[in-house]
Design a protein around this ligand. Structure first.
Ligand SMILES: [Zn+2]
Length: 125
C-alpha cells in the first residue's frame, strides 16, 4: 500500500511489491515536486514480511552489493530509508529488490535471520 499527497489531494494505491510501491512514489514525485509519499504493509496483514534487497548498481562497489534482509511489520510505515537486520541502512530509492535466493546473501543478515525466522528455508547459496 502506498499513500501520498500529490498536487494537494490524497492518493492511495495498492501495490504488490516494493518495486511497485517505489514506481508509484516516483510517478507522484514527477507529477508534483512537493508530493509526499510513504508505503506500508497493511495492518491486517497476518505476519511480518521479510524483504530482500541490495544496493542498486552504482550506489556502492560491486563487492559490497550483497543482499540484505529487511523485516517489515504490518502497519509499519516506510519512508526515506530502511534498516536491514545487520544494521545496514539503505535509502528506499537506492535499493534493488530481489527474489528469495537471488544475489549473494549478506553474512550478518543470514546469521541473524536464521535464528529468528523460517523465511530462510529455500535460500540456496
Ligand atoms: Zn546485511
Amino acid at each position: 500500500m502506498v499513500v501520498g499527497r500529490v498536487n494537494g489531494h490524497e492518493e492511495a494505491a495498492g501495490v504488490a511489491t516494493p518495486e511497485d510501491a517505489l514506481a508509484h512514489m516516483l510517478d507522484w514525485l514527477r507529477a508534483d515536486e512537493n508530493a509526499s509519499a510513504v508505503w506500508y504493509l497493511r495492518e491486517d496483514w497476518p505476519s511480518p514480511v521479510t524483504l530482500i534487497g541490495r544496493p542498486a548498481p552504482g550506489v556502492v562497489g560491486e563487492t559490497r552489493r550483497c543482499a540484505h534482509l529487511f523485516r517489515v511489520r504490518p502497519g509499519a510505515v516506510l519512508y526515506g530509508s530502511i534498516t536491514a537486520r545487520c544494521g545496514t541502512e539503505l535509502l528506499l530509492t537506492e535499493i534493488e529488490w530481489l527474489r528469495l535466493g537471488a544475489g549473494m546473501p549478506c553474512e550478518c543478515c543470514l546469521v541473524i535471520g536464521a535464528r529468528h525466522s523460517r523465511s530462510w528455508e529455500g535460500w540456496t547459496r
